[in-house]
Design a protein around this ligand. Structure first.
Ligand code: 13P
Length: 269
């Protein structure tokens, strides 16, 4: 039996009203899944709405109608700035995320790195600040298509992770997970081959150990995860869940992925 985590990264989708509806549909579906799977081990479920929809989601999670399932779903931020407050127009800090009901944050997503030109160093500053403030961190790494074709995958992962291992604050154990998201698999419908995801996850876990990480380090896979292919990743020994983009925007497909995670957690996949 493995503990499993599924994070729905809603990216720049959902107004507050849409977020409320989507989250309610997920909660309703979870009630149903719970009836099927009984009180067995629940996967850890998080959704990361845009900042502007956090309040609507926080409110929804207080709704008595879903008292049976709300405790199983947590909110995450999609990004965070490393300072706690100050003159940083447009930025959101870790204490602000905590005060908005977030338990966790996604850091270093390849869209942040590629489109917003975030560096490896900045991603680490963010992860560090978030961990120090008490948030769990899903730290994203992954190679581009050219890099994979050139046989540079491990070199890229090592480069993205090195500054993280060097600057991890004390107490990160149990609060950090790595999301392996090959850039070419994101939003393309071309998921990685499970054996390649497993190889990358093993590399990440070994790299962590080489740098003194003790105990388990969960690795999630991300990139075109669907209800149809989720099981092929969740079955892998070194993959502990998924970071889901497109398929997390419809309750039915997100719930399909959660069901696969549930089966992996109870050992019935
Ligand atoms: P897709 O699931 O849409 O490929 O996105 C993956 C991702 O970037 C999750 O963070």
């Amino acid at each position: 039996m493995k503990s499993m985590t599924v994070v729905g990264n809603w990216k720049m989708h959902t107004t507050p009203q849409e977020a409320r509806i989507l989250l309610r549909d997920i909660l309703r579906g979870l009630t149903h899944l719970r009836e099927i799977h009984g009180s067995g081990p629940w996967p850890r479920v998080l959704v990361a709405p845009p900042f502007t929809s956090l309040a609507a989601c926080q409110e929804t999670l207080r709704d008595d109608e879903f008292a049976e399932t709300v405790w199983a779903v947590h909110l995450a931020g999609q990004d965070v700035f490393w300072e706690a407050e100050g003159a940083y127009t447009g930025a959101i800090s870790a204490p602000m995320l905590l005060a908005s009901g977030c338990r966790a944050v996604v850091v270093g997503h390849s869209e942040r790195r590629r489109i917003f030109r975030e560096t490896d160093e900045e991603a680490v500053l963010k992860a560090r600040a978030a961990l120090q403030a008490g948030l769990d961190v899903f730290f994203c790494v992954g190679e581009g298509e050219d890099q994979r074709e050139a046989g540079e995958t491990f070199a890229v992962l090592r480069r993205q992770l090195e500054p993280l291992w060097e600057r991890l604050p004390a107490g990160a154990q149990g609060k950090l997970a790595i999301a392996y998201e090959p850039v070419w698999a994101i939003g393309t419908g071309r998921a990685a081959r499970p054996e390649d995801a497993e190889e990358a996850a093993q590399f990440i876990r070994e790299d962590a150990r080489r740098h003194g990480w003790e105990g388990d380090l969960p690795v999630l896979y991300g990139g075109s995860v669907t209800p149809e292919n989720a099981g092929s990743f969740f079955r892998l020994p070194s993959i502990h869940g998924a970071l889901v983009g497109g398929a997390s925007l419809k309750a039915a497909s997100f719930l399909g992925i959660l069901e696969a995670a549930w089966k992996a957690a109870e050992g019935s996949l």
